[in-house]
Design a protein around this ligand. Structure first.
Ligand code: 13P
Length: 336
């Protein structure tokens, strides 16, 4: 069995990042509604198969794919397991194991991510289905009075319990505390909340004896709220993000893979590129994008088999652009 430290390193291999294709049934339905495609077991399989069969992207730019429970069990029309298609390209299958963010009682619209009950048994099954890594997303929203210390504490505690169970099962945990972009807060507020959350998360991971060399951190970038009056430049976002991590993320962590969180495809690429232009960072800094790798691809697919080639091409292009950005080698002219 490959050791978790080696898997974690493989997840952030040079020029590679992770495809987040683990949209829950509700989220993928919303994405399909936008392109007027009915969300069924077959349509979901078909769309995801097109991504996983994109050889150029998968072999060169994608180190791993985060799957949803349904997908890790699915086969294509010829009876081939989607997991095997991923593995054949040299990429690692991963699995979302949290059960979603649920309202915290008595708190002001804050959530805690659930899914710890029975997690040990589920991880053992996912491992037998081929999962090499897992994902758990905690959600922290910024508001006038939020986040509360309680919200940060309970989410951080759950992330640490999840991470230690993953490592027990020989699975690398992606630790994802997402500070949402929603709101009119400025970049400084995002910086403060991200730093406070990450410090708490690493305290809890250490208290739960998690091996920091065997995890991947999946954070938000430090960025202005979507309704903020100011829009910071990519350079400012990169500088604030790296400064925040230097003050909160231990150097043993092998890799940081960003979520895109609602940024446009090119913003997510440009910001990652600026981050990687900064020298002397102790961790690999790459991507684990969902929307920022798939938006164009979904738009051209539209549920039609004759569009599969174009869909694959759009996905490959974004994967390649983000691969360049993960090395600080992207520029706008490469988009054409
Ligand atoms: P986005 O890149 O669309 O934010 O999705 C990444 C993800 O996995 C969120 O949990």
């Amino acid at each position: 069995m490959t050791n978790i430290n080696d898997i974690a390193k493989q997840m952030v291999a040079d020029g590679k990042g992770i495809l987040a294709a683990d949209e829950s049934s509700g989220t993928i339905k919303k994405r399909f509604d936008n392109i007027k495609v009915e969300s069924s077991e077959t349509s979901r399989m078909n769309y995801r198969r097109v991504l996983f069969e994109s050889k150029e992207a998968m072999e060169n730019y994608i180190s791993g794919v985060i799957l949803f429970d349904e997908t890790i069990r699915q086969c294509n029309k010829d009876g081939e397991k989607l997991v095997d298609i991923i593995k054949r390209s040299g990429s690692l299958p991963g699995i979302k194991v949290d059960m979603g963010a649920k309202m915290l009682s008595k708190m002001n619209n804050e959530t805690v991510t659930e899914g710890l009950d029975g997690l040990r048994e589920r991880l053992s099954e996912y491992s037998s289905l081929g999962a090499k890594f897992a994902k758990w997303r905690a959600v922290i929203a910024i508001g006038e009075y939020n986040p509360s210390p309680l919200c940060i504490n309970v989410n951080s505690h759950a992330l640490a319990r999840y991470a230690s169970l993953c490592q027990e099962a020989g699975i690398v945990p992606i630790v994802e505390p997402e500070i949402l972009m929603d709101g009119s807060h400025d970049i400084q507020k995002c910086y403060d909340v991200t730093k406070e959350t990450l410090l708490k998360v690493f305290d809890d991971l250490i208290a739960h004896k998690v091996d920091l060399k065997g995890i991947c951190l999946k954070p938000n970038m430090v960025i202005d709220g979507t309704k903020a009056s100011n829009k910071s430049s990519s350079k400012e976002i990169a500088e604030m993000t790296v400064k925040c991590f230097k003050e909160s993320v231990p150097t043993e962590v092998p890799g940081i893979v960003f979520l895109s969180g609602g940024q446009s495809e090119t913003d997510a690429t440009e910001n990652l590129n600026e981050i990687n232009k900064i020298e002397n960072t102790p961790w690999k800094l790459s991507f684990s994008y969902g929307r920022a790798l798939q938006s164009s691809a979904l738009g051209v697919w539209r549920g039609k088999s004759e569009n599969e080639g174009q869909c694959s091409k759009a996905f490959t292009h974004r994967a390649k652009m983000n691969s360049l950005a993960s090395k600080g080698h992207w520029s706008k002219d490469k988009e054409i």
